[in-house]
Design a protein around this ligand. Structure first.
Ligand code: NAD
Ligand code: GLY
Length: 355
């Protein structure tokens, strides 16, 4: 088992990573302080893993809230539904919420936990690759508004994160690839050696080799924990985690949420960011080629939809959370393993990049 810590003083918490963690003596019970806990999941993950989690907590009374699967349900209606269910179960502020599922369930449950009676404890059990390497760690919680993704939310840290890498065996290949986009992201923004390791372990990762997966997920969580410990509320360093997301969110919004998976849009966005880095004279042509090749190796898109040009991107990006003082900020790699936040992508560069 790999155990990492997100170091945030009295709000520090562990991340446990191991195949079959949910069935083999996990420490979940140690993080539930009252008799009752409430499991929040969706109707796809529920039949796969809920009972395993419940069985691992024989000393607790576990109630369950199941919402419909899909990004379209990460909204205020689901938020209200979960709150209503909690009230009808007489949940209290010391009841622990357990989020079992991908990033949608984790983000929604975390936001409920942040809000219900001004805050209740919650635990993340992420079951997609994306949620295991990114969304379950770091305390960003949110639901979407019809006018924008993740527009309503809070920073609220979980008490622990339990990552059972074996749950990925039931994940559709397309979802696994989408998670790989976030894995590649860590190499580009922070760790050149990890990027090279990924290049050397493509086949092992696609085959979900136990050791390769354990290493990759642990390295991503380690990087994320390090970044969050330095900059929990994204006043600087943490923004690097948004590599590819400014372009990616525009693609998701234009195509309609769910038509392009988040990770797929991020992949195309990361390639655009790498090309922007080359246009700035930072990234070499060979490095951009390596980003493209690694992205492609995991069956991810390396370009936005053909019908999306400069104007369409700009319309969507104007709403981006990274707009500050009227200026759009982009995360741009200077080299593989080193990225910066910059507002200095001028119109000429953006037109040439996006048209
Ligand atoms: P998701 O939660 O929609 O999961 C993808 C699909 O996989 C869903 O259909 C889900 O039911 C299914 N699924 C989950 N686990 C499974 C399993 N083990 N086997 C089979 N199917 C399984 O999507 P996601 O990619 O996990 O997360 C995307 C969401 O995460 C977005 O809403 C995004 O905004 C958010 N996000 C948040 C952060 C953060 O820091 N909080 C970071 C990145 C992304
Ligand atoms: N996924 C971006 C962040 O957690 O900051």
């Amino acid at each position: 088992m790999t155990t990492l810590t997100v170091k945030l003083g009295e709000r520090s918490y562990p991340i446990f990573i191991q195949p079959s963690l949910l069935t083999q003596g996990n420490q979940l019970a140690d993080y539930i302080k009252t008799d009752k806990a409430v499991l929040v999941t969706n109707d796809l993950v529920d039949p796969l893993y809920s009972q395993t989690v419940i069985d691992s907590l024989p000393g607790n009374k576990i109630e369950k809230i199941v919402i419909a699967d899909g990004e379209q349900h990460k909204n205020l209606a689901s938020f209200e539904h979960v709150i209503t269910q909690l009230l009808s179960m007489s949940a209290a502020r010391d009841t622990t919420l357990i989020a079992l599922g991908g990033g949608v369930i984790g983000d929604l449950t975390g936001f409920v936990a942040a809000s219900f009676q001004r805050g209740m404890p919650f635990i993340q059990i992420p079951t997609t690759l994306l949620s295991q390497v990114d969304s379950s760690v770091g305390g960003k919680t949110a639901v979407n508004h019809p006018l924008g993704k993740n527009m309503i939310g809070a920073f609220y840290q979980p008490k622990a994160v339990f990552i059972d890498t074996k749950t990925l065996q039931t994940l559709p290949a397309k979802e696994f690839s989408a998670g790989m986009a976030e894995v590649i992201k860590y190499g580009i923004i922070y760790d050149k050696a990890f990027f090279a390791w990924l290049e050397q372990n493509i086949a092992q990762l696609i085959a979900q080799d136990v050791d390769a997966l354990q290493y990759a997920i642990a390295r991503c969580c380690e990087i994320k924990a390090e970044i969050v410990a330095i900059d929990e509320r994204e006043s600087g360093l943490r923004a690097l985690l948004n590599l590819g997301h400014t372009f990616g969110h525009a693609i998701e919004a234009e195509q309609g949420y769910g038509n392009w998976l988040h990770g797929e849009a991020v992949a195309a966005g990361m390639v655009l960011a790498a090309r922007a880095g080359q246009m700035k004279g930072w990234m070499s042509k060979e490095e951009v080629q390596r980003v493209i090749a690694l992205t492609e190796a995991f069956s991810l898109p390396i370009a936005p939809p053909a019908d999306m040009g400069y104007q369409t991107f700009m319309q969507h990006m104007a709403h981006d959370k990274k707009v500050q003082a009227g200026k759009l900020n982009f995360i741009v790699p200077k080299a593989i393993g080193d990225a910066v936040v910059t507002s200095e992508l001028d119109e000429t560069l953006l037109r040439s990049l996006l048209n």
